[in-house]
Design a protein around this ligand. Structure first.
Ligand code: ADP
Length: 251
């Protein structure tokens, strides 16, 4: 039996008399430790699927089964507990308290979790070192670049050490300088984890155990990079466009 299974997952959005299926009969499963990349055009349903998997939002139909249990039937409190214990999120839009320092922003969840001062300090400093932000401990959050903010959300996730990591790979506001730091920090974060990524970069995508190509709320293609490249389909087009854009040889 797979670790997590989605069966017939649907999400319908209604506005007035109009309704739209952002997810339309999605089925798939994943194993513990697997790396799943979700790719597709903007508006195809990637974030919606991730929000369902991450128990942030509830589908309008279908089921999500973890270890044989129907988690959508859990009471809200138990769902929150599962989310807190099992899932670390790194999202693009991540809230930082603007007037707090980098250190204080990372300290908040540890304070809530009841860690003592000395342990908090050593854990925070080591997480900041892992994401290359040791030099910015006392800097205010509102003075950080987009990439630095993202590194803080990675540091928080490293501290949380949850078995599943959900990552929305940033496309905007990350300069090249930040990008290598972010990549290193992510590599540190995901060691030994089950990883679900909304992926945009070819290098990230090609290493996935399973790639889900989403179009119009459906899984239109599914497989590894090599399997999908062997088909003349959406994924192959997507890769070729990216290779052209980055000046890679197509040979
Ligand atoms: P992606 O992440 O691939 O860009 P989304 O999952 O954000 O796509 O969106 C899928 C579709 O659902 C889009 O057409 C979007 O406009 C719609 N959608 C997403 N969230 C909402 C919402 N809260 N209310 C109404 N429509 C939504």
């Amino acid at each position: 039996m797979p670790w997590i299974t989605c069966k017939d997952l649907q999400k319908e959005y209604r506005s007035g008399t109009q309704s739209q299926m952002a997810l339309n009969h999605v089925d798939f499963s994943l194993e513990q430790g697997e790396y799943v990349a979700i790719v597709g055009k903007s508006g195809s349903g990637k974030s919606t699927l991730m929000n369902m998997l991450g128990l942030i939002d509830t589908p309008t139909g279908g089921s999500i089964i973890w270890n044989g249990e129907q988690v959508l039937r859990y009471p809200e409190r138990k769902k929150t507990q599962l989310r807190n214990q099992m899932i670390g999120y790194v999202f693009q839009a991540f809230y930082l308290e603007p007037s707090y320092t980098v250190y204080q922003n990372i300290e908040i969840p540890l304070l809530i979790a009841g860690y003592g001062t000395a342990e908090r300090r050593s854990r925070i400093l080591s997480a900041l070192e892992e994401v290359g932000l040791s030099g910015k401990v006392r800097q205010r959050a509102d003075s950080l670049s987009g990439g630095e903010k993202q590194r803080i959300s990675i540091a928080r996730c490293i501290l949380k050490d949850a078995p599943i990591v959900i990552l929305d790979e940033a496309t905007a506001s990350v300069d090249t300088d930040n990008e290598s730091y972010i990549q290193e920090a992510i590599n540190e974060l995901v060691k030994g984890k089950t990883l679900l990524v909304i992926a945009h970069r070819l290098n990230t995508i090609r290493q996935a155990d399973q790639i889900l190509v989403i179009s119009d709320g459906r899984i239109s293609e599914q497989g590894t990079h090599d399997e999908l490249m062997a088909k003349a389909g959406i994924y192959q087009d997507f890769v070729n466009i990216r290779k052209k854009a980055s000046g890679w040889s197509l040979a």
